[in-house]
Design a protein around this ligand. Structure first.
Ligand code: UDP
Length: 317
């Protein structure tokens, strides 16, 4: 059994990853500064004897006394609303934070997996996006604190690999959803479910014809673990290739919740990608991984979780 550091382990994906790795019998050190992560996500783990929580910002220097076998570096704000509110902190988590975990992985002789993003492809001119596509990112736009810092994180780790033979892996995560998405995080699935369950208008930005491909969190977590335990460096795309327009998503959520919320159209944010769909042939072929949870099944599980939140219970229509 391994000792594993998960940065961002109290976040949405990170907390599911901690659950999964603990269930496999590993010892987990979860590091999070609770900026967008929450103790609520890991409260069931806090008394577990193989689980340790460290409240720390990965950008600030740190050391871990114990030996480590693996490091998953997830610490970063990930929702456009969050990272645009804290652009400097976001840029630093993926640059200085990535440098800190890279140095630690060398010191501990541990494998480091970096969670990059589909945002690395920007406004894609290739569709679906293969890992070989270099992307089309606005380097000074409002999303660049995230996109470019993830791209820099990838470049930095490739430099560590080439010059210091570091054991690194890179994945590019596409839109992910599931229980523990924050209702206020501003991303499309949390917004639409919260709006539908509280009878508020569903806010579509633009005309709703932009597309995204949504992966249920349990599928994504398995992809992270398969990649970590593989012999590949990547980058590898991890996501569900089923592609939907935002309007289709809104209608599906209205149907599944039985909500009578009306749909309203608002201004499309600047640099909002018009389409996004992962080509996951590499992950399929090399990791024997593919998502198995379809959109309606995953949304139902997510909606059930949202219904239990005090905020939703109090305001449900
Ligand atoms: N979106 C929307 N209404 C919302 C929130 C988001 O129409 O209330 C759109 C957003 O403009 C984008 C898509 O949904 O085109 C996905 O947005 P999200 O913030 O979830 O993630 P992104 O893929 O843009 O990082």
């Amino acid at each position: 059994m391994k000792t594993i550091l998960v940065t961002g382990g109290a976040g949405f994906i990170g907390s599911h990853l901690c659950d999964y790795l603990l269930a496999q019998g590993h010892t987990i050190i979860c590091m999070d500064n609770l900026s967008t992560g929450h103790l609520y996500h890991i409260k069931h783990l806090l008394k577990h004897k193989r689980f340790t929580f460290i409240n720390h910002d990965v950008v600030k220097p740190f050391n871990i006394k114990r030996g480590l076998d693996q490091i998953y570096h997830l610490a970063s704000r990930a929702s456009p609303i969050d990272y645009q509110k804290f652009p400097v902190e976001t840029a630093l988590s993926n640059s200085i934070g990535t440098n800190n975990v890279a140095k630690l992985s060398l010191k501990k002789n541990a494998t480091l997996l970096f969670t990059s993003t589909s945002e690395a492809y920007g406004e894609p001119r290739e569709h679906p996006q293969k890992e070989t596509y270099w992307g089309n990112v606005n380097p000074v736009g409002i999303r660049s604190c995230y996109d470019e810092s993830k791209r820099f994180g990838e470049a930095l780790l490739m430099a560590y690999l080439r010059s210091k033979n570091a054991d690194i892996k890179i994945v590019r995560i596409f839109n992910t959803y599931g229980p523990r998405l924050r209702p206020g995080d501003g991303r499309v699935i949390s917004n639409f479910i919260t709006q539908a369950l509280t009878g508020k208008p569903i806010t579509i930005y633009g005309d709703g014809n932009q597309t995204r491909s949504f992966c249920y969190v349990s599928d994504l977590v398995k992809g992270l673990v398969f990649m970590m335990n593989s012999r590949f460096v990547g980058p590898k795309n991890l996501g569900n290739p089923e592609e939907y327009t935002v309007l289709e998503l809104a209608k599906t959520i209205l149907k599944l919740t039985g909500s009578e919320s009306k749909i309203i159209f608002e201004k499309l944010p600047v640099d909002d990608p018009t389409k996004r769909q992962p080509d996951i042939s590499k992950a399929r072929e090399l990791l024997s991984w593919e998502p198995i949870v379809g959109l309606e099944e995953g949304l139902n599980l997510t909606i059930d979780w949202f219904r239990l939140l005090p905020l939703i219970k109090k305001n449900s229509s």
